[in-house]
Design a protein around this ligand. Structure first.
Ligand SMILES: Nc1ncnc2c1ncn2[C@@H]1O[C@H](COP(=O)(O)OP(=O)(O)O)[C@@H](O)[C@H]1O
Ligand SMILES: [Mg+2]
Length: 260
């Protein structure tokens, strides 16, 4: 079963220390929500897990299935089954969704030392992924520079998730205003993939808002603030945050830091 352990992680970007001792463990079959006010370091943590070259780990470790990957290159991590829903390149003239997905899939296969997928197998795989995530068939023929809506970009991410079936998926739900229908498509897709893959995938859903967490039920909830996980709980924490906001947590942490 896949297992991600983040131990006392300190991360800097330039002169700024953004993460200051993050502790977080995500196991297979678990759905974790990472919440927190804007600017608390959520995206930085996602990027650090993926090995973003602009970030410097100054202390602590990222351990994946027992192996220390703190210094591993991003493509090495991808090969080990770590996945982050990256936005597609903004303008790739003449590249359809299908062609792009095939390129991505083959890049992963090559990295793992496998042969490129045959056209026939790819069609089958992508059809299954589209069915699972209920992405309409015509979407696959769209061009990447067609100007996707926020909802379509998310749909693209979910389709990649269904195609890759990674051992760990990090979904950084940028606070792009998805309407409820788009949100439901994304949530249904995530739930379908999670159900199908089961214990072979851990999921880390990063969000400032509670909305998606009503549709994708997390098993664990963590609140990040000023570069640390300051609260943890089960799904009930989502409702509590919804009712009370972040203030009751951040005030307490601010007071502790002043006292320290
Ligand atoms: N590359 C960077 N260089 C300097 N500061 C950064 C960089 N990336 C993020 N930050 C800062 O780190 C803090 C946390 O950012 P981020 O991880 O994006 O937070 P969140 O995703 O929780 O909103 C913010 O104050 C942000 O301005
Ligand atoms: Mg962010």
């Amino acid at each position: 079963m896949p297992d991600l352990e983040i131990r006392n992680l300190h991360v800097r970007a330039g002169e700024k220390e953004i993460l200051r001792g993050v502790e977080l463990t995500v196991g297979g079959g678990e759905i974790h929500a990472l919440m927190g006010p804007n600017g608390s370091g959520k995206s930085t943590l996602a990027n650090a897990i993926m090995g973003h070259p602009g970030l410097e780990v100054t202390e602590g470790q990222i351990v994946w299935n027992g192996a220390d990957i703190t210094g591993a290159e991003p493509d090495e991590r991808a090969r080990m089954g770590l996945f982050m829903a990256f936005q597609y390149p903004v303008a790739v003239p003449g590249v359809t969704v299908t062609k792009y997905l095939r390129t991505v899939l083959n890049a992963h296969r090559t990295a793992r030392g496998e042969e490129p997928i045959s056209l026939r197998d790819f069609r089958r795989t992508v059809e299954a992924a589209m069915e699972l995530t209920r992405v309409p068939e015509e979407f696959s023929r769209r061009y990447l520079n067609d100007g996707f809506s926020g909802g379509e970009k998310k749909r693209m991410e979910i389709l990649q998730l269904a195609l890759m079936k990674p051992a760990l998926a990090v979904l950084d739900e940028t606070d792009s205003g998805l309407d409820i229908d788009a949100l439901r498509v994304v949530a249904d897709g995530v739930n379908s993939v999670a159900r199908e893959v089961g214990a072979n995938m851990g999921l880390l859903i990063i969000t400032h808002y509670q909305r998606i967490l009503h549709l994708v039920q997390p098993s664990h909830v963590h609140v990040l603030y000023r570069g640390r996980v300051v609260r943890e709980g089960g799904p009930e924490l989502v409702g509590e945050l919804e009712a009370k906001g972040y203030g009751w947590i951040t005030d307490e942490v601010d007071a502790e830091e002043v006292a320290a």
